[in-house]
Design a protein around this ligand. Structure first.
Ligand code: SAM
Length: 208
């Protein structure tokens, strides 16, 4: 489960990771088959994962923060290599099985203290992870992302998503990603597409 190549010591440590795991992640651990079969399948069918995957450079080393069971990474295994990080050991175990034959390692850790050296990746991706964090945690996580890579790509829950009406009731609309939060962390937002329907926001930000 732990990969040693290119890793620095996580300031959070294993205890920190467990303490940082929130109710929403514990719920996800229980309903991951539903997430995988309903949400992730929809993301594949509608080409959402592929939309972010297209932005990645062929042969590049990437990191997905909040990789869950590895569904997004599965779409880029022919193109890239690297690491999937998540705060849930249970979800990572599934990711590890899913990615067994592929050039990706699974690392237990938290977005707010990435256990990697500066500039270790060509790009960092998050897919529907940021709404798990408070604004302060988002800024800390985004600073960490900017430290380990010059490029940040994301797919995130948008306000207009039909299915997110329920989610927003649970997490509160304040948890949604905002350009201002990304820029507060020292990244420049280069692209921001808010899609309709089963809506997600897609974006690209770069280190200034
Ligand atoms: C909605 S799931 C998305 C999983 C995956 N990106 C996908 O598209 O299938 C959100 C993921 O973020 C992870 N997560 C939540 N807080 C985290 C944190 N502080 N650090 C790392 N991962 C976190 C959860 O454990 C969960 O796997």
């Amino acid at each position: 489960m732990y990969c040693n190549s290119g890793l620095s010591k996580s300031p959070a440590g294993k205890e920190g990771v467990h303490a940082g795991k929130k109710l929403i992640t514990r719920v996800l651990e229980r309903i991951y088959p539903l997430h995988d079969e309903v949400v992730a399948v929809k993301f594949v069918e509608r080409g959402y994962y592929q939309k972010v995957a297209r932005e990645l450079e062929e042969g590049s080393r990437i990191l997905e923060v909040g990789c869950g069971t590895g569904r997004f990474i599965q779409t880029v295994t022919e193109k890239c290599y690297g690491i999937g990080l998540d705060i849930s050991d249970k979800l990572l175990r599934i990711a590890k099985e899913r990615l067994e034959e592929h050039p990706f390692d699974c690392v237990l850790g938290t977005a707010t203290a990435l256990p990697f050296r500066s500039n270790s990746f060509k790009a960092v991706v998050t897919f529907t992870m940021m709404h798990h964090l408070t604004d302060q945690e988002k800024v800390t996580a985004l600073k960490e992302i900017a430290r380990v890579s010059p490029t940040y790509l994301f797919g995130e829950v948008g306000k207009n998503a039909c299915w997110s009406a329920v989610l927003l009731k649970i997490i509160g609309s304040k948890k949604l990603i905002r350009k201002e939060i990304i820029e507060r962390a020292g990244l420049k937002v280069r692209e921001w597409h808010d899609m309709g329907g089963f809506c997600l926001i897609f974006g690209r930000a770069e280190r200034t």
